[in-house]
Design a protein around this ligand. Structure first.
Ligand SMILES: Nc1ncnc2c1ncn2[C@@H]1O[C@H](COP(=O)(O)OP(=O)(O)OP(=O)(O)O)[C@@H](O)[C@H]1O
Length: 671
């Protein structure tokens, strides 16, 4: 299924990022990219007869190289009530033109190819690729996805002036000892560092939450002191109209600061996400190939050894956000060189689909071996030939039918990384890992418990926990407003009552702003089709991997007047199951229990028919028991499709941090 991907939405992201940053006050990002493509088109036309129009047009949010999946075009048409009629062949259908639709005489004047999504109108002569069609049909800016920045958290502009930022590389040059240590440790030369404009500077608000693999500790309070950091600039092209013949240059749009002592401590300046990529300025106009790696060290290692421009993911998590997609449009070949493990290769496949699989090649650092270096920087450090590894890259298979040979490497990878197959681990609740083994994509979790026992509070904490380990998260809070939810989350993030420490808000908000955490603006009763559209969009635009719906009853209030309420819930569960499976995301749904006198709830207490819990992979019940020692709460895992382990964890609540933790000296109780 395909969602509505909007240009208005996309432009909003650009303008949000752009108008507020120091540099972009005069030059919003959208203008910058458009000017860049325009300039590129001018140059390209001199060399080859490229279609300028395709280079000049605005980016629709979907790459022009994107190939729709089987059935995606038809599903989209059905969703928008566009019912195609037969045309000349089975693959092509007649549709109402999205451009000249208002005129009745022009009904069904356009054709669309159900495989490629390419459309063409014989009346208004409008034609375009799948992204263009989606953009035309999805005209209304109804996407209601926001992040902490939109909620008013954090900072939008650089912490210092552009001229100070441009001095960072010189500060590095004045520190030969740092250069020597870096070169020795990573095998990356001073020349490469300079080409990438790497520098050093002091940053104080280092964020241990931004981390790809989540290997770092939890304490965010220990990081208040200033740290000397390497600075890795993100650059974007800039076209200066004022100069004769135009002038194409690049400007620094954002800095990633990374502690010299501990490269897992990271801060972004500005904290809000902005268009621009590390080393993008190295891809000159004539370049048609780029390598996308997982981090700056890999990008520099690859560029140094292959001489092919290499960049890395912008946000330190497995996320290729909409802001940077247009920067890849001009390349005809993109190598995806992410970590050769389950997570990395899963992300590489997803990004290849997003960028267009026909122009992507996937690099496996291990080249099918069970062990060895996992990424480019490790390969460089162990003396491997990066060029040889690059030559062995392979395209992603189109075919639906595959033999064992085709999946052998993926099977090896799963054998070599059993922990990653189990999913992302909770840092706050190790007891939960022992039972559920981890937070896995493609699953549905039903979370229930009596009213007011702390379901939202726990899910807020858990989602934050996974998000800090790099799981991009979308919250659908239909009961409590986003500002209240975000406030609760920020208190859990700070691990203290912020009303007592208001002076810490600014720093914390900046850290929080950098998390891949998004919120649906919908509130109260909302149609499931609207929600699925928004989910699809968030999955495409922000690589969301965890979606929380809190809660099913509020989301469906006043709906299903003509059908049974339980039947409505069944239908919704079927739709959400399909999203979880097809898009490989984890969906957690809060469902209130039936009105029941039972003190101890069980799977049959979940509101609705048995289908609700049958569709679920996990059922977690927050139990509240009145004992002689008072009120006791348990996280009771009553269904676990992954390995069947069932148990209950006694929990206690900390009022200051609004967080739960496993009760001390109290092991989980086997069900
Ligand atoms: N384990 C707990 N022990 C005591 N109080 C808690 C606990 N968890 C949350 N609370 C407090 O209880 C209140 C309700 O919490 P919360 O909104 O998370 O409950 P809920 O189960 O989601 O409610 P509802 O059923 O209305 O959706 C909040 O004020 C919260 O701080």
């Amino acid at each position: 299924m395909m969602s509505r991907y909007f240009l208005p939405f996309y432009n909003r992201i650009f303008s949000l990022a752009g108008t507020n940053s120091l540099f972009f006050k005069k030059t919003p990002n959208s203008l910058l990219i458009r000017n860049f493509t325009s300039h590129y088109a001018k140059k390209a036309s001199a060399k080859e007869s490229q279609t300028n129009s395709s280079l000049l047009r605005d980016f629709s949010g979907i790459s022009k190289h994107y190939i729709p999946k089987e059935g995606e075009v038809l599903n989209f048409l059905n969703r928008y009530h566009v019912y195609p009629k037969p045309a000349t062949n089975a693959e092509t259908k007649r549709i109402k033109c999205p451009n000249c639709r208002p005129k009745k005489s022009n009904y069904y004047s356009a054709t669309i190819n159900l495989k490629s999504g390419v459309y063409n109108c014989q009346v208004c002569m409008k034609k375009g690729n799948w992204g263009d069609y989606v953009q035309l049909v999805s005209k209304t800016d109804s996407f209601q996805i926001i992040n902490a920045t939109n909620l008013g958290f954090g900072r939008f502009s650089f912490s210092r002036s552009q001229s100070e930022i441009e001095e960072f590389p010189n500060a590095l040059l004045n520190n030969p000892e740092i250069i020597e240590n870096f070169t020795k440790e990573h095998g990356i030369t001073l020349n490469t560092l300079q080409e990438y404009k790497v520098g050093i500077a002091k940053y104080h608000n280092i964020n241990p939450a931004s981390n790809v693999s989540g290997r770092i500790g939890n304490s965010i309070n220990a990081q208040r002191a200033e740290e000397m950091c390497f600075t890795f600039p993100r650059t974007a092209p800039f076209f200066d109209d004022s100069r004769e013949e135009g002038f194409l240059d690049s400007k620094i749009t954002r800095i990633k600061a990374c502690s010299i002592k501990n490269d897992e401590l990271v801060a972004f300046d500005p904290p809000s996400s902005v268009g621009g990529l590390f080393g993008y300025h190295l891809a000159k106009l004539e370049c048609d190939t780029i390598i996308l790696t997982g981090n700056e060290f890999d990008a520099m290692a690859v560029y140094q050894e292959t001489n092919i421009p290499a960049t890395c993911l912008p946000n330190n998590v497995y996320q290729l956000p909409l802001e940077v997609l247009p920067l890849f449009e001009r390349f005809s070949k993109i190598y995806l060189w992410l970590d050769d493990d389950v997570e990395g290769q899963g992300a590489a496949e997803k990004f290849a689909q997003k960028l267009g699989i026909d122009r992507c090649l996937i690099v496996n650092t291990r080249c099918g071996r069970l062990n060895g270096p996992i990424n480019a920087s490790q390969a460089l450090a162990t003396g491997q030939s990066l060029l040889e590894i690059l030559y062995k890259s392979k395209p992603l298979q189109h075919d639906q039918i595959i033999d064992f040979e085709g999946i052998k490497e993926a099977v090896y990878r799963e054998i070599a990384n059993p922990a990653q197959v189990c999913g992302v681990l909770s840092k706050d609740l190790p007891g939960l890992n022992k039972i559920l083994k981890g937070h896995r994509p493609g699953e549905i979790t039903i979370f229930t418990g009596p009213t007011g026992t702390g379901k939202t509070t726990i899910l807020s904490q858990l989602s934050l926990d996974y998000c800090r380990s790099g799981v991009s998260t979308l919250w659908g809070s239909f009961e409590i407003p986003n500002v209240r939810l975000a406030k609760k989350m920020l208190q859990q993030f700070a691990e203290k009552d912020l009303t007592k420490y208001p002076e810490e808000f600014v720093d914390l908000a900046e850290k929080f702003q950098q998390l891949p955490m998004y919120f649906l603006k919908f509130y109260g009763s909302t149609e499931i089709s609207t929600i699925i559209d928004a989910m699809d969009h968030a999955i495409h635009a922000f690589d969301v991997r965890h979606i929380i719906i809190d809660n099913l009853q509020f989301m469906t209030a006043d709906q299903g007047r003509y059908i049974d309420r339980w039947e409505l819930h069944d239908r919704i569960l079927t739709s959400l199951r399909r999203v979880a499976t097809e898009k490989n995301v984890h969906i957690t749904i809060v469902v209130h229990p039936k009105k029941d006198d039972k003190e101890l709830l069980d799977v049959s207490s979940v509101f609705g028919t048995a289908k609700v819990t049958q569709e679920a992979d996990n059922v977690i019940i927050l139990q509240r028991l009145n004992t002689e020692n008072g009120d006791v709460r348990l996280l009771d895992i009553r269904k676990n499709r992954f390995d069947g382990t069932l148990a209950a964890i006694p929990i206690e609540f900390e009022v200051e941090s609004l967080k739960i933790k496993q009760t001390r000296n109290n092991r989980s109780v086997q069900s």
